[in-house]
Design a protein around this ligand. Structure first.
Ligand SMILES: C[S@@+](CC[C@H](N)C(=O)[O-])C[C@H]1O[C@@H](n2cnc3c(N)ncnc32)[C@H](O)[C@@H]1O
Length: 240
């Protein structure tokens, strides 16, 4: 009986220790605060957790070109010489480098991410390719820290679904676009259950339209020419 009681006490102490450690971890920022998932207030969509720096190699996987056809995406978006563009949520620079080659030395690509390790890899990859028209800048979860009114295109490639504060990000990106600028989202098609990605990492046309138009954009075009992703092109409606 005494033995049973003492093992019950030690079990209770173990549980208390685990709970306390978890609380300290979250408060100290050791554990990802995003373990507590939230929902978008308008669409009810579950927001995906941010991909950690451990996912960097996956972003550079060999089969990705076949799955996503990034050059076809950039053709459809219309990235041209001399443009100023931003790759928000640039990861390791999969799209940054391709855009930098297209805009050429007279253009510029701002590569933004919230993880310094990702931006280090962008700089390393750009240096390998001898690209000098890429600027990396660390943003926050609510602000991409882009200069106002200068972007021809802001690209969010497989990123929007993991913004923890999508409404604030959209407001800031709207300010960063030129009056004729376009916001482009690439998102895996949620409507297609055969695409092997977890549902919170995909988006439907309906979800994107509800969420993005609510922040002052107009959905100009949805293109379905890619193997797995929707291409959404948004413009800023002119205010009279
Ligand atoms: C799935 S990865 C995609 C990376 C890249 N666009 C690509 O296609 O290879 C998503 C990236 O978005 C970044 N991210 C998440 N929330 C962000 C935010 N609020 N602002 C900027 N970057 C963000 C993450 O750090 C991560 O590098």
């Amino acid at each position: 009986m005494i033995l049973q009681q003492s093992s019950w006490y030690s079990r209770r102490r173990q549980i208390q220790t685990v709970l306390l450690a978890g609380l300290i971890g979250v408060l100290a920022g050791v554990l990802p605060a995003r373990a507590f998932q939230s929902e978008h207030p308008l669409s009810g969509r579950r927001i995906a957790p941010v991909m950690g720096a451990g996912g960097a190699d996956w972003l550079e996987r060999k089969e990705r070109d076949m799955e996503e056809n990034p050059e076809a995406a950039l053709d459809a978006i219309g990235i041209r010489k001399g443009m100023t563009v931003a790759d928000v949520g640039a990861g390791t620079g999969y799209m940054t480098l391709r855009m930098a080659k297209r805009v050429g030395p007279s253009g510029k690509v701002w590569a933004k991410d919230i993880q310094p390790e990702m931006l280090r890899r962008v700089r390393r990859n750009a240096a390998k390719e001898k690209l000098s028209n890429v600027e990396t800048v660390l943003g926050t979860e609510s602000d991409p820290k882009l200069p106002a009114g200068q972007m021809d295109v802001i690209l969010l490639a497989d990123v929007y679904h993991e913004f923890s504060q999508p409404q604030k990000m959209l407001q800031r990106m709207r300010e960063a676009l030129k009056p004729t600028g376009r916001l482009v989202l690439l998102e895996y098609r949620k409507e297609d259950p055969s695409i092997p990605i977890r549902p919170e990492h995909k988006m439907s046309v309906q979800e994107v339209q509800i969420e993005v138009e609510a922040e002052g954009f107009h959905l100009e075009q949805v293109t379905e020419s890619l193997p797995r992703q929707h291409i959404f092109i948004f413009t800023k409606p002119t205010i009279h």
